[in-house]
Unconditional design. Sequence first.
Length: 454
Amino acid sequence: MRSLLLLMAAILAGAPVLNAQTVPDDLKPILGQEIQPVSVVAFQLSQYLAARIPKLPSPASAEQWTSEGKRWREHILNDVAYHGWPREWVDAAPKFEDLGVVETGQGYRLHKLRFEIVPGFDSTAILYEPERTTGRAPAILNVHGHDPLGKAAEYKQKRCINFAKHGIMALNLEWFAFGELAERGNEHWFGGHLDLVGANELGLFYLEMRRGLDYLYDHPQVDRNRIGVTGLSGGGWQTIVLSSLDERVRVSVPVAGFSSLRSRIEAKRYGDLGDIANPFMRTAWRALVSADTIHRALLKTRPYETAPGAADLAFQEALADLVKTIENSCADAGCQLESMVESMVRARERFQRVPAFYDREVPLIGVVGEIFCRLNTFSNEDLIRKLESYGAEACLSHISEWVDYTNNELKRKLHLTGRDISLAMGKAYLRSHIQHADELAVGHRDGPEGRPRQ
């Protein structure tokens, strides 16, 4: 027996370490082999899903639509959202505590609120109330998106203040995982734990935003027939869901935040707009500067043309070229910029080919004023063409100049409030720097400057 134990010990000592299971690195060579091209899989999956998307209902009458709407609301709320939730929680009256009033002396006051979502789980909110109201006032529920600051987000506070100054009650809700609810366990994905115990996580999200609507609906100073909801991004999703399922909402203004499954499948390469917001905005800025530059070239050329209509034709062709360039440009910012500059070069060449006589002096008249009126030919009765018909050249303040003005105005206000060294000021300077760099590259580097005045 002793010799047998010694033999086994010797075998084990010389054997390699044995693993109880396969480790990931062992499977990589196997799982890394491509069985079918990714593009084929993506196409087949999109076709499979698209074929199973139910068609939207087509009611034959308003009565049928009303009946179907009622049925769907009850089904979604009772069978989906509130599935697994105690009925006494769902039907409970709103429980709000007013923790104090802040008088601003600027046309509105703040009420700091705490409220119960479900027993044991509280949230917070701020009510922006007009200082003076006549009778019952309209109210707007401001649900939250994905800003880490929660209800303290600057843009959201400004919106609510603006509502209150215009006589509207504005309730600013906090939201899970942000602001005062930015605690571990409040992340949205934690809702999956509720599913494991038989309660739909959607019920918790819906109850949180519905409590805000309950509060406004029961407020003695609120006109129940004039209640609205609005929100950005994730707040846009909440606005759509709450407004669809609760008929107390009379006005719904979702700002982004949702798209249909069909649109996501058919436009997969674009993704959700929220995923491409930054490159989209930069492309929009470059397009704006380019269009302004082309229009500026038109105004510098048309008063001198000897073939009536030639400058307008060059303008239309240059715009069409720009649109096609943006549609077909690559996603890389540098590559896109080069293609847009090339489009501007082609625009310059088009205007240079316009038959024109520049050897004469004409008055130069600047066109300024309210932005829509000065840019919309219908509103200003085609003022620039009238000036040109009298023998003048017009110089117009374009949209890109207005954007530059708003940037400078933001920096001025930050300076006046003592925020010269702040994140907001840093963002303002960075935005101006990037926009000016793009403007110089697209609008002036070999761009369609038109012919110089003699």
